[in-house]
Write a new protein. Structure first.
Ligand SMILES: N[C@@H](CCC(=O)N[C@@H](CS)C(=O)NCC(=O)O)C(=O)O
Length: 210
């Protein structure tokens, strides 16, 4: 399989973290990672549009030459295809909870953080929008407080002892925020400690560059 990706971009990064976490647990996924240079606009060229008509990354090319074009579908495919030692485990309720948390982190935190970065100091050169940035920051407070309260039972990672998709998603969003020298963690000591702890993991060290 091949993963078309670009470093720093949050959606490819969370899948890269997911792959690195699985490999750290001993699963050989055998996925070649291929950079599509978005700064040079390569994702909008016919070669990439043939993989994904929406031109986004990541894209996973399967062994039969077909493609998956959504990051969550890619991670869930890898969960099911390599089910032994998967991040979500085998208990239906645990799996549902892991998915639940991933959705909260993605929809309420990671996507807004992406919008915040572009409104504040877009790496793609979009015009700054301070009013939008402030309104996103305001809306981020409740879900960030939710994570702080989850972590108050001293669990090392968002879902407990094992890395989960939620950790991968949050770490990739926070890297994007760090890239523009911003900080949205605020006065949340548990979340800040999680961030520092997560970045010490071998998977994070292999994938995160900022
Ligand atoms: N829902 C998609 C979103 C993918 C996405 O928006 N990727 C960004 C990078 S983080 C991208 O490719 N942006 C380039 C563009 O939209 O032109 C997913 O989860 O994979």
């Amino acid at each position: 399989m091949k993963l078309y990706m670009v470093p720093l971009a949050p959606n490819p990064t969370k899948v890269m973290l997911y792959i690195a976490e699985r490999e750290a647990l001993g699963t050989r996924l055998d996925i070649e990672q291929i950079v599509v240079n978005t700064l040079k606009g390569r994702h909008r060229e016919p070669e990439h549009l043939a993989r994904n008509p929406f031109g986004t990354l990541p894209v996973l090319e399967l062994d039969d030459g077909t493609y998956l074009i959504e990051s969550l579908a890619i991670m869930e495919y890898l969960e099911e295809r390599f089910a032994a030692d998967s991040l979500m485990g085998s208990d239906p309720q645990q799996r549902a909870r892991a998915r639940d948390l991933e959705r909260v982190v993605e929809l309420r935190i990671a996507i807004p953080m992406g919008g915040y970065v572009h409104a504040k100091k877009s790496p793609l050169g979009l015009p700054p929008d301070p009013v939008l940035a402030q309104s996103i920051e305001d809306k981020l407070q409740a879900p960030l407080n939710h994570l702080e309260s989850l972590l108050s039972d001293e669990r090392p990672l968002l879902f407990g002892d094992r890395a989960s998709m939620a950790d991968c998603t949050l770490a990739s969003a926070l890297q994007f925020v760090r890239f523009i020298q911003a900080d949205l963690i605020g006065e949340r000591p548990k979340l800040r400690a999680w961030d520092e702890r997560y970045r010490q993991r071998s998977a994070a060290k292999a994938v995160l560059k900022w």
